[in-house]
Design a protein around this ligand. Sequence first.
Ligand SMILES: NC(=O)C1=CN([C@@H]2O[C@H](COP(=O)(O)OP(=O)(O)OC[C@H]3O[C@@H](n4cnc5c(N)ncnc54)[C@H](O)[C@@H]3O)[C@@H](O)[C@H]2O)C=CC1
Ligand SMILES: NCC(=O)COP(=O)(O)O
Length: 335
Amino acid sequence: MSMSATDSPATPVRLALTMGDAAGIGPEVIVKTLAHLDATQSPIEAVVYGSNEVMRQEARALGYTGAIEVVEVGPELDFSKRPVGRLDRRAALVQWRALQRAMEDVDQGRADAIVTAPWNKALFELAEMPVVGHTEVLQAHYGQDRVVMMLGGERLKVALVTTHVALSEVSQRLSAPLLREICAVTLAGLKERFGVARPRLAVCGLNPHAGERGHMGDEELLWIDQAVADLDREFSDAEISGPWPADTLFAKFRGEGMPYDAVICMYHDQGLIPLKLLHFGESANITLGLPIIRTSVDHGTAYDIAGKGVADAGSMIYATELAAKMVARVRGGVF
Ligand SMILES: NC(=O)C1=CN([C@@H]2O[C@H](COP(=O)(O)OP(=O)(O)OC[C@H]3O[C@@H](n4cnc5c(N)ncnc54)[C@H](O)[C@@H]3O)[C@@H](O)[C@H]2O)C=CC1
Ligand SMILES: NCC(=O)COP(=O)(O)O
């Protein structure tokens, strides 16, 4: 999904790329993304929010000699000895401040959208801060009652009803009103962010075989069947079907084509395992339901390979170009 200078929007798209965890692969995939944008003469202006010292070290290590514009968020922090592949308090502060500063700049019109490199949620323990993901921070900052975590590639897009919740709690968290909110935000996102005129949503069941008529769990019989039928009636400008047995539903995405515009998944791994099998490295995390555009990578901080120069930047590139496309769509342009 490369964007070239010939199909660029009239005004360049300025993206805030947050560096994430300094000890992970975030700085590396960002440098590789900048190299890709240079090589493709992309009209995207990428500005990195993080540590200037860390970005310089990473660029040196990778032999990148292009310009890097950095908004420094940790001027008092000494990164001359950069942490690699381990939890570090300085990295916690930088990853937090980078997102805060990027949101501020988007809010003030100094950037068009945010693209986040991975951060390590556990890092926040070291700084005695709440252990949260970007999604929760963005949701709180923009005061949204409901946002949706969608991960998507060219063919499969999954939207999660529950996200970072223990499996043992999923059933209690699910409800018809929650499913309705997730479907409503997902439909609006597919229309506004992806330009899908009449979205087709497939809703997964919770249980194996969607409950097999109550023999393998009864949530489908108790409320999911009815909730999906009600949603399909309510949203007449969309097609909403299900609850489908998740295993056979995802099998439909093995061939060519796109049987549905998005799959609504009841819990994290129900959606992310098929997504990563099909699209890992070629997909992005998109937060729907925000007044701004935010995309992210489909992977984490990968401490096992940090500092080795072997990280695949495919997802960071995908997320960056997708954000630019979305900005162009909001402006009324086409890529
Ligand atoms: N967007 C974000 O901020 C995300 C952050 N995380 C965080 O990352 C941390 C580590 O999570 P894990 O479950 O270990 O997932 P992970 O994605 O960091 O690593 C899983 C495996 O995939 C490999 N991998 C990941 N990205 C790669 C890339 N770009 N190129 C080549 N190989 C790659 C790693 O080397 C590792 O073997 C956790 O703290 C988690 O919360 C996880 C997912 C998303
Ligand atoms: N599994 C996806 C994930 O953890 C994304 O978290 P974040 O984008 O909210 O930081």
